[in-house]
Design a protein around this ligand. Structure first.
Ligand code: ISL
Length: 562
């Protein structure tokens, strides 16, 4: 449609550089490794490559703790490599989206080093400092940090506490201070001048805090409280994002893409964040569907996922952002388990089929789809044997805390195996060789033993592979306005096993129908039985010659009429 932003028909691919491709044999992926795979990404057809943080960092949280926003960590390469990456992407008509982590810095960032030096340092107010409070609990508030323990760390130099919503090596910046905001805008403009095409903004809805900071509701069986009401979409969040947009994005907004990562964001908030008339961000990452299999105890409290809940969630977001605003669409990323293992099946008989089904369902929603590295190959969760196999500080801290609290270590491990972030961080499986073609050295985290079977080399030229199916989905979005812009209508909302919806645009209508299970499903959808099949995940996905559609195990089809 003329006038629709380019990213409505675009697909974004996420690279977690540490695990993507290693060029120098140190066991850690790097930017030259990524550059060597640009033809692969071009073949897949994706439009934008989002690269997780590659900046200088002590790597407490794998680079989400930045100590220099304007340099590349030597582990990953150099600024010249980034320039070459940008040139290589642009030469292939692809764009670079960088990951901006500005809710917090590393504690080794010079800003924080100065801030902690003395109470009267000019940068003191760039972070959140508070004295001990009277009473038994000295921490200024009772909030629990995302990675366990208190969000407050006592700093001996000045005998005050600083706030860190994540690890103690990730102190929160104080966005109330206009100098902080200006320094960030300058840094972002510097990257735009270097040629980057957009920003993924890490936990960006945490930057405005409710003042004064105070205790949150207590958490059951925990000495801590939940502070999220003080930092999820705080009172100045829209003002800050609009200011960032005005200062950094607006002059060139037609070329750029922005996505704000926003745990806890509601549909109502998202409508405001993504309404183009307000000038904030193009889209947000919301967390509703990735929380549906979490019990009341959080992500490691495993709960069964019901398809009806998943459909209800997606359906509400589709409806909520139908007229103003825009959705992002994702199954997984570097913080989530693998999509196939979670929403599909690892059963070797149906794994490939379920991977294609998941791609089909996601990419046919209205919104911009994000493919996480390896998803296009149908990579699965890792069979971690013991805690020594994990690398993620969140998993390691959780294991320590849960063990100390007396939980059965076997159960804790089972939860980590299902939900741990490292599932998404094992190396991309390029081929069947010993380290999956990821490195010639020893990988920083073990490659999945199933790489002998699941790998890119086996898939890129195979017309029946998950890779080829994803390639078709990407090109379908490029070619069909109905995929990018069509209206969305959910069907069969109460069906426990079938996911079905239609998309409609200017006289063309698509039906997407998918069977999330092995038992055959027969669905009566009048008017669709003789429609043309656009794409399916069975080799013979021909239309039925009866008024009832029969869906085989993990079958997904896209039908078109009009
Ligand atoms: O994975 C999570 C914890 O179980 C998420 O809540 C995650 O912490 C949240 O999505 C924020 O993630 C982002 O910021 C973190 C970083 O560790 C994640 O990798 C990043 O995606 C802190 O920068």
């Amino acid at each position: 449609m003329p006038g629709a932003p380019w990213w409505t028909s675009a697909v974004v691919y996420q690279v977690y550089p540490r695990s993507f491709a290693d060029s120098d044999g140190d066991g850690i992926g790097d930017i030259p490794g990524l550059i060597s795979k640009l033809d692969y990404l071009h073949r897949l057809g994706v439009d934008v490559v989002w690269v997780s943080p590659f900046y200088r960092s002590p790597m407490d949280d794998n680079g989400y703790d930045i100590s220099d926003y304007q340099d590349v960590d030597p582990m990953f390469g150099t600024l010249a490599d980034i320039d070459e990456l940008i040139t290589g992407l642009h030469a292939r008509d692809m764009k670079l989206m960088i990951d901006v982590v500005v809710n917090h810095t590393s504690d080794e960032h010079p800003w924080f080093v100065q801030s902690r030096a003395s109470k009267d340092n000019p940068k003191r107010d760039w972070y959140w400092w508070a004295p001990a409070r009277e009473g038994v609990t000295k921490e200024p508030t009772n909030w629990i940090a995302a990675f366990q323990g208190s969000v407050w760390e006592l700093d001996a130099a000045t005998d005050e506490y600083y706030l860190h919503l994540f690890s103690r090596k990730q102190p929160d910046l104080n966005w109330e201070n206009p100098d902080v905001r200006e320094a960030i805008y300058q840094m972002l403009r510097w990257w735009l001048e270097r040629g980057v095409d957009g920003f993924r903004m890490d936990v960006i809805n945490y930057i405005s805090k409710v003042l004064p900071l105070a205790d949150g509701p207590p958490i059951l069986n925990s000495p801590y409280g939940d502070g999220s009401a003080f930092y999820w979409c705080g009172p100045r969040i829209h003002e800050f994002l609009h200011e960032l947009h005005t200062e950094v994005i607006a002059p060139d907004h037609r070329r750029l893409i922005t996505v704000g990562e926003m745990p806890g964001v509601t549909i109502k908030d998202a409508q405001r964040f993504t309404d183009p008339a307000r000038g904030e961000v193009d889209m947000v990452f919301q967390f509703e569907h990735v929380g549906l299999d979490h019990g009341p105890g959080g992500r490691y409290d495993l709960a069964p996922l019901r398809l009806t809940d998943l459909k209800r969630s997606f359906g509400r977001w589709q409806e909520g952002l139908a007229t103003a605003g825009w959705n992002s669409l994702y199954w997984n990323n570097h913080d989530q388990p693998r999509a196939v293992s979670r929403y599909g099946t690892d059963d070797p008989e149906y794994r490939v089929r379920s991977a294609k089904l998941l791609g089909t369902v996601l990419h046919l929603h209205r919104g911009t789809p994000y493919v996480y590295q390896g998803e296009e190959l149908g990579m699965t969760n890792h069979p971690f044997c013991g805690i020594d196999d994990f690398r993620d500080l969140e998993s390691l801290n959780y294991f320590a805390a849960a063990s100390a609290a007396g939980h059965d270590p076997a159960e804790v491990l089972a939860a980590l195996r299902a939900q741990g972030r490292d599932n998404g961080r094992t190396p991309v499986q390029w081929d069947a060789s010993e380290q999956a073609g990821f490195t010639t050295g020893t990988p920083w985290i073990a490659v999945n033993p199933n790489h002998a079977e699941i790998n890119a080399a086996a898939q890129v030229d195979d017309p029946d592979s998950v890779f080829t199916h994803y390639r078709r989905l990407v090109s379908l979005r490029h070619e069909s306005p109905v995929v990018a812009l069509g209206d969305f209508t959910m069907l069969l909302a109460d069906d426990e096993q079938v996911y079905a919806f239609t998309r409609r645009f200017e006289g063309t209508e698509l039906l997407v129908i998918a069977n999330f299970g092995v038992t055959e499903q027969r669905v009566d959808l009048p008017g669709w039985s003789d429609a043309e099949t656009v794409l399916g995940n069975y080799p013979d996905s021909a239309p039925d010659a009866q008024p009832v559609l029969t869906l085989r195990a993990w079958e997904a089809r896209i039908l078109r009429r009009g």
